[in-house]
Design a binder for this molecule. Sequence first.
Ligand code: S3P
Length: 180
Amino acid sequence: MRNIILIGFMGCGKSTLGIKLSFKMRRMLVDTDKLVEQEAGCSISEIFENEGEEAFRARETDCLKKLLQSRQERIISTGGGLPLREENRALLHKLGKVIYLRTKPETVWERLGPDNNRPLLQVPDPQAKIEEMLAERGPIYEEAADVIIDTDDRDLEELSKIIMLRSGFYSGKRKKYRSK
Ligand code: S3P
């Protein structure tokens, strides 16, 4: 399948870039966090609080399985921890092209700041936690990705162009034009 899937740490820009790509490529955007919340009927913070992180991760896996049943090509923006499960990484590859938005911890902190909506960052020193989690997760994101893009010094416009180029969007358009 030819979905475009955005993975990466919290605050790397998956959601905002997802909106931009969805507009430019005229594709529907699916955000796995929102899908999980819809299915559960409550917020991510509430799922973590009432059911725990493992249950949340299982919900993410269910969400990917549902997306695999659809034939529509979409932009899929994922929760930051979704690629941690091996099963999810395999599902992501079945779904399409996996783009890792690699971002330095200091940029993540700059973008997020103190944030009440992310249960894993509700700790006394969120900045140190971001560094620690990124060091752990970085290699997993890299392993899961078909394409790695550094986001730190790039704006949304540049990032969306790179992704469209790397996913063959422009060449697809040209081919169509020539065949007329
Ligand atoms: C998480 C990232 C969050 C959300 C949940 C857990 C993580 O999504 O899925 O709070 O483990 O990194 P965003 O990356 O969209 O913030």
